[in-house]
Design a protein around this ligand. Structure first.
Ligand code: SF4
Length: 455
């Protein structure tokens, strides 16, 4: 069914949001809509939003005002999708300045064609939640979009959501409130999708889930799912994100260590190193237990690259408690870390029950110290790689001036090197010649047919 409506779909936030954008594109393309990157020529502007980070909503509001201003009265439907739609539903619906035409949560994307058809024109009425045809922020216990094949951009990596939602309710996190309860897709359906991706030329899949290693469907757990995905011919690398440290049984560690297609890289969110703070965060592990897991992972898999997330200045965190995090980071020696200052997210337990009482200057002091420590560790770890030969999956060809190409090694680290005749998806051996905290430099050695595990 041909439409003459053009949609400009803008995505913010995490990989799950990027994936959801591919789902939305698929659903709306099937309904006849076409997509444009130019918001000025679009009939409909959709912002697929994220509410995990502080002030995300302010940025989105700013963009909406900017769109309206630049269009100088030319009609357009503007709406919000994603986490923010459910996380801030009331505020979005009631905000008269935004005058949103639609607010659609992450479990209602299949209704988008009907919603857009119903609101029909830029003059679509604004009214209360539940009555406005453009508002649907219902969360589902079942929706996994297993029957929607995402409309992906070209590339070497394809994201594949294997589960959605989260049951953990970490006290600082909005995800369970914005994306609902955990539900997993059938394994067979995931394997079918991965086969199709291999046929389309993708070399790598990254299995996605808010708590990806708690995946379970009809007796298939995450370790078995990884094994099944690794049987798909043409897929050379399998990554996953984000696992929770409490869901890392020995057989998952075994699959990670022994399956040559499963990359030797784990993003393992720590959040804090002090036990009282971890309990307040509802993380369900102690600092000691986290370090024990790191030891087990490294023992099974000595080349493993570990990255993490850390929050500094969680409510009531003292200087002494922060030092526990600092010491744990020194001991764990992560390859990289994403470090954030705590800020309350609406509707979360921490926001409702705990005062954000660590002064901003103190949060800044802690994040600066921790970032410096991590940069030093990252550089030391990257320097250890100089002289080694790494298989690299090329992401950007060397067609630019000077043949600058880059790709990623098994550990997901960016490797820059020169070669004038590569294409994205090539597998090459690169000798590492230089290291910075965040990237590696190397020299091209040869093409390889099938990736050997990094040893
Ligand atoms: S496990 Fe992750 S997604 Fe789930 S509540 Fe905790 S931080 Fe949020």
């Amino acid at each position: 069914m041909k439409q003459d409506k053009r949609i400009c779909l803008i995505t913010y936030g995490c990989q799950m949001n990027e994936y959801d954008t591919e789902i939305v594109r698929s659903i709306l393309s099937a309904a006849g809509y076409v997509f444009t990157q130019d918001d000025l020529e679009a009939d409909i502007i959709m912002l697929n939003t994220c509410s995990v980070r502080e002030n995300a909503h302010r940025k989105v509001y700013g963009h909406i005002h900017d769109f309206r201003h630049r269009r100088q009265g030319k009609p357009v439907l503007i709406g919000i999708l994603g986490c923010m739609a459910t996380g801030l539903r009331q505020e979005l619906i009631e905000n008269k300045h935004l005058a949103l035409d639609f607010v659609v949560g992450p479990d209602s994307y299949k209704r988008l064609p009907a919603i857009l058809a119903q609101i029909g024109s830029p003059a679509g009425a604004a009214s209360e939640e539940g009555k406005h045809p453009g508002y649907d922020v219902t969360l589902s216990e079942f929706e996994t979009y297993a029957d929607v094949y995402p409309a992906r951009a070209e590339g070497v990596n394809a994201w594949v959501a294997v589960m959605r939602g989260c049951n953990n309710f970490c006290s600082f996190c909005i995800v369970p409130h914005a994306r609902g309860r955990e539900r997993s897709r059938p394994a067979g359906n995931i394997i079918d999708e991965v086969r199709r991706l291999a046929d389309e030329g993708f070399k790598q899949v990254t299995l996605l889930g808010q708590n990806v290693n708690s995946y379970r469907h009809e007796g298939v757990d995450f370790a078995r799912l990884l094994e099944q995905v690794s049987t798909v011919k043409g897929i050379e690398r399998i990554r996953f994100t984000s696992p929770h440290p409490k869901d890392f049984p020995q057989d998952l560690i075994h699959v990670l260590a022994t399956n040559p297609k499963v990359c030797k890289q784990v993003h393992l969110p720590l959040q804090a190193g002090n036990d009282r703070v971890l309990e307040l965060m509802r993380r369900h592990y102690s600092g000691r237990e986290f370090l024990d897991l790191v030891c087990k992972l490294r023992k099974a898999c000595p080349t493993l690259a570990l990255s993490t997330d850390i929050i500094v200045g969680f409510p009531t965190e003292t200087d002494v408690e922060f030092e526990d995090t600092f010491e744990l980071v020194k001991t764990a020696r992560f390859d990289s870390a994403f470090i954030f200052k705590y800020s309350p997210r609406p509707r979360t337990e921490a926001a409702l029950k705990l005062k954000d009482d660590v002064p901003e200057a103190k949060k800044t002091e802690r994040i600066v110290r921790l970032n410096k420590l991590q940069a030093d560790i990252s550089l030391e770890k990257n320097k250890e790689l100089v002289g080694l030969v790494h298989p690299v999956l090329v992401e950007s060809s060397g067609k630019t001036k000077g043949g600058a190409a880059y790709g990623r090694n098994d550990a997901n680290k960016i490797v820059n090197f020169a070669h004038a005749a590569l294409k994205a998806g090539d597998m090459v051996n690169v000798r590492i010649t230089r290291a910075t905290p965040h990237q590696l430099k190397g020299e091209f050695l040869n093409f390889i047919e099938v990736l050997a595990p990094l040893g």
